[in-house]
Design a protein around this ligand. Structure first.
Ligand SMILES: *Cc1c(COP(=O)(O)O)cnc(C)c1O
Length: 410
């Protein structure tokens, strides 16, 4: 929102914030995150737990914000388990642990933390889970992550629900594995889980996957198993373009597509949907240059700070912080990193900007900072959480010293 031609994040003026904290800077709205989270409680009437997917944005302050609202967490590593512990010990019992390559130390840490459930992705992992549960004297609740062989129309890198993908267990093989597992006193077959991919806009693929999962659960119940949880994964998409988007409606139709799961406790694992549109990346224009017919706007943020355009050809809307009356021009917005893939926008019509001016890459709250790196030996950005009219630094900008702490020279 602009006020007096200056872009604001809730009550905070972004020009002042950039002066104070420097750029590039991730800025998140706490109100927006909490609003998105609340939409699930509004739309789902059956018993459910929203297990926010930590990998979308794993800032401790954001995890704590959500934990205080009763959120659970979907984790994919021992590191993310430690993040949940640091953000909120009370939330550990609402953790679901996904991931195709869990290691012994990660399984042990999760068993000791008494998390809610393991989403197991192979028979070998299930055998290891039983072994570690016995060694630690803990019973492990688990769900098999089944692969429903459902096609979801999204970028191939973030589509996961087809048999050819590395994720999950072929749904046709699941029943036999559950029956075998039920004989172990160290394993509690408590649920079935599925996750078909990310940035899925239509709700039909979720319904199709659930239908197959419920058919399996019916069989398992007839086999005498006490299945209480159905985990439908994450993946609910957002609108990255300029088109109108009604998130409340989106969650409502998502909930409507999942009503067949009644009688079970529903686990939901949204990541992007909660945080993407709550965050922006604030960056300053360094140079504007012409090469042949092209005009390049070079920013102080690069692909190491926000890799989505480079990795997924993702679109992010870009706004100048000072609302221009300036004429528009077609430009490429690029970072300083030494790769031609280091771009934020190509052939995009934007108001003319000058060196020194600020711009915001919108909808950068998910898979932005969490996918950032030190490539080109660049420090990673700082992060700020806006709460009403106050801005709180939740991660300081890295320093030159941080870049070298782990390195060993003679
Ligand atoms: C990445 C992931 C999610 C979250 O996906 P979003 O598209 O961010 O909602 C949920 N569950 C699992 C298992 C994942 O790998």
């Amino acid at each position: 929102m602009y006020r007096k031609r200056q872009l604001l994040c809730d009550g905070v003026d972004l020009t002042a914030l950039a002066e104070e904290q420097g750029t590039p800077l991730y800025v998140y709205s706490a109100d927006q995150i909490l609003h998105r989270f609340s939409l699930f409680a509004d739309a789902f009437t059956q018993p459910h737990t929203v297990c926010y997917s930590v990998k979308a944005n794993s800032a401790l302050a954001i995890l704590r914000l959500l934990a205080e609202q009763g959120a659970g967490f979907d984790i994919v590593s021992g590191g993310e388990l430690e993040r949940v512990r640091r953000a909120s010990k009370a939330a550990l019992k609402r953790v679901v642990f996904s991931g195709v390559g869990k290691q012994v130390w990660e399984i042990d840490a999760a068993l000791k933390a008494e998390i809610l459930i393991f989403n197991v992705e192979s028979e070998a992992e299930l055998a290891l889970l039983a072994e570690r549960a016995e060694a630690l004297g803990k019973q492990a609740r688990f769900a098999l992550r089944v692969n429903p062989d459902v096609f979801a129309d999204t970028h191939p890198y973030i589509s996961t629900g087809l048999r050819e993908h590395k994720f999950g267990i072929d749904i046709g093989l699941a029943r036999a594995i559950y029956r075998k597992a039920a004989r172990s006193r160290w394993l509690d077959p408590a649920g079935v889980s599925v996750h078909i991919g990310s940035q899925i806009r239509a709700v039909e693929p979720f319904a199709a996957a659930l239908e197959r999962v419920l058919a399996l659960i019916g069989e398992l119940k007839r086999d005498g198993l006490d299945i209480r949880y159905v985990d439908v994964g994450g993946g609910l998409g957002i609108e990255y373009g300029a088109a109108a988007f009604d998130p409340a409606e989106q969650v409502k139709s998502y909930a409507a597509a999942l009503t067949a799961a009644s009688g079970l406790h529903l686990l939901l694992e949204p990541g992007r949907f909660i945080v993407a549109q709550a965050g922006g990346l604030l960056t300053r224009v360094l140079y504007v240059k012409k090469n042949g017919a092209k005009t390049f706007v070079i920013t102080d943020a690069g692909m190491n700070d926000l890799i989505r355009p480079s990795l997924y050809q993702a679109h992010h809307e870009i706004l100048p912080v000072r609302q221009g009356t300036a004429t528009e021009q077609v430009v490429d917005v690029v970072g300083p990193v030494c790769e031609s893939g280091d771009f934020f926008a190509r052939d995009r019509k934007l108001p003319k900007v000058k060196p020194g001016e600020l711009m915001v890459l919108l909808d950068a709250g998910a898979y932005g900072m969490s996918l950032s790196s030190n490539y080109n030996t660049r420090v990673r950005p700082a992060e700020v959480l806006v709460e009403g009219s106050a801005a709180r630094l939740i991660r300081r900008r890295e320093t030159m010293k941080d870049l070298f702490v782990a390195e060993i020279l003679d």
